[in-house]
Design a protein around this ligand. Structure first.
Ligand SMILES: Nc1nc2c(ncn2[C@@H]2O[C@H](COP(=O)(O)OP(=O)(O)O)[C@@H](O)[C@H]2O)c(=O)[nH]1
Ligand SMILES: [Mg+2]
Length: 199
């Protein structure tokens, strides 16, 4: 349960259909991966509580459909968000082109100036099918001044880091991405809920 003391942080995922937005969200929220493809027809939001030495933190994750039809309403959502993850599939060049030609420009045009942006190449576990070189994507992230990671929702690689980075928690002295000495101090997920909103 969210308490009135919990600090709330919100983030949103954007990117083409099929890049792994739902899978990455599920991996962060539940720690699980489901290889079936279940289309997201609307924006879904999930939450996760982190019980940290600095108090309870409530992270709300919005998983969008990826269809451009929802673009205009998604921009309203961004106004009170802390971060946005722009996702492409490293095994599908056209999804990276969409980031360059569409998603980055759109988010930077409509987002509040302090929204933290993280560029993410997903499905790195499929290394033999890679079509987007890490260095090319890193260069794009430098040009736009955004953070960059490669992830796998399947293996879990870098998933926690991306979500903590997007809400500016990565590097705090309790974060669970490697800097915590005492496991008791690790943030613990408390609850999961799903909601579907037709926007
Ligand atoms: N191998 C692999 N498959 C993935 C990964 N992430 C997602 N997928 C698969 O890609 C397909 C589309 O994923 P989904 O999360 O529904 O994409 P979305 O449309 O962006 O939400 C599904 O079959 C997933 O199981 C990953 O990191 N590795
Ligand atoms: Mg989806």
């Amino acid at each position: 349960m969210q308490t009135s003391r919990a600090k709330t942080l919100k983030l949103c995922l954007f990117g083409d259909v099929g890049v792994g937005k739902t899978s990455l969200t599920d991996r962060f929220i539940t720690g699980m991966f489901d290889r079936r493809y279940i289309p997201t027809y609307c924006a879904r939001h999930h939450h996760k509580y982190l019980d940290t030495p600095d108090g309870e933190i409530y992270i709300q994750v919005w998983d969008t459909s990826g269809t451009r039809r929802f673009r205009s309403v998604d921009s309203r959502l961004l106004q009170d968000f802390n971060g946005a993850v722009l996702l492409y599939d490293v095994t599908n060049l056209s999804t990276f082109c969409s980031i360059q030609q569409y998603w980055l420009q759109w988010v930077q045009a409509v987002a509040p100036a302090d929204l933290r942006l993280v560029l993410v190449g997903n499905k790195v576990d499929r290394s033999s099918s890679r079509q987007v070189k890490e260095e090319v994507a890193r260069q794009l992230s430098r040009e736009h001044g955004v953070d960059f990671y490669e992830t796998s929702a399947k293996s879990g690689q870098n998933v926690e880091k991306v979500f903590l980075e997007a809400v500016s928690l990565l590097g705090t002295d309790w974060d669970s991405s490697g800097s915590v000495e005492d496991p008791k101090e690790m943030p613990q997920p408390i609850e999961r809920t799903n909601h579907c909103s037709v926007l």
